[in-house]
Ligand binder design. Structure first.
Ligand code: ACM
Length: 264
């Protein structure tokens, strides 16, 4: 099936949710695609100094204005979106992303592998890896940023039937973009890594985010890769059937050739 996938690479402003929501709306306004991915923690920024800061800007997935806005936008543009956001549920905080579809359906994933100081604010995800139906019933696998470091994340999403991995990110280390070529290739799956850009400063802390957001084919080919400081939406047309080709040779199949009894 022909499917238009893409991402929105931008610079969120720390602790300014409404400004970030306005930016995201404007950047994709009028763009019709099948799936567009936004970065990790796009509504809040990333460099926090306290749990209270995170709590002040975190959203309840079921009830928030963020969820409501993307439900409206998804319907208007007939496009599914994946958006990274800080989630509060009861008194707990999660580094989460939501998949929002034009038919009004919505799904949640909570980051499994927390990175660095995130462990001070967030609970590790407790939903496991989520594969959910996007537009046209395509299976979208959800993982967030540092989940890339654990090959089990993408592998689990593939084994659960994902055709495309949507991967909201806020990358500061230099390795992920190249590693995702292998994650796509070894799982014969599309991946969309939507990274943010910019330097973010909070008190003594300063983080530089690496941009270079990309889409990758099941053969590990870069379909597009943005520059380090582009602020833009990029879309590419794919054929989702390519993710069904799990046989690198006539004698090999990446699912049935696995030897899980040796993988401890
Ligand atoms: C990361 O997980 N934000 C590197």
């Amino acid at each position: 099936m022909i499917y238009n996938i893409g991402l929105c690479q931008f610079r969120p402003t720390l602790l300014k949710k409404q400004k970030n929501l306005d930016t995201m709306w404007k950047m994709v306004e009028g763009i019709k695609a099948d799936l567009i991915v936004f970065p990790e923690l796009s509504t809040s920024g990333y460099v926090f100094n306290s749990r209270d800061e995170v709590f002040s800007i975190a959203d309840d997935f079921e009830k928030s204005d963020t969820t409501a806005m993307f439900l409206e936008l998804s319907k208007e543009n007939d496009t599914s979106y994946v958006i990274g956001f800080p989630e509060k549920s009861d008194n707990f905080l999660y580094n989460s992303c939501m998949l929002i579809n034009p038919d009004g359906s919505k799904y949640l994933y909570r980051k499994t592998h927390l990175f660095n100081e995130e462990k001070q604010w967030f609970e590790p995800g407790n939903l496991g890896f989520v594969v959910a139906k996007g537009k046209k019933e395509v299976n979208i696998g959800l993982m967030i940023c540092f989940d890339w470091m654990f090959p089990e994340s993408a592998r689990t999403l593939m084994l659960k039937g994902a055709t495309i991995i949507a991967h909201p990110s806020a990358l500061v280390l230099p390795w992920c973009q190249q590693a995702m070529l292998t994650r796509s290739l070894e799982n014969r799956i599309f991946s969309i890594t939507a990274n943010r850009i910019g330097t973010e400063i909070n008190g003594e802390k300063e983080f530089l985010f690496t941009g270079m957001s990309q889409a990758v084919s099941p053969l590990g080919e870069i379909l597009f890769r943005l520059e380090k400081d582009d602020e833009k939406v990029q879309i590419v047309e794919i054929d989702t059937d390519k993710a069904n080709e799990k046989n690198p040779t006539p004698f090999n199949n990446i699912i049935t050739d696995r030897k899980p009894e040796y993988y401890i």
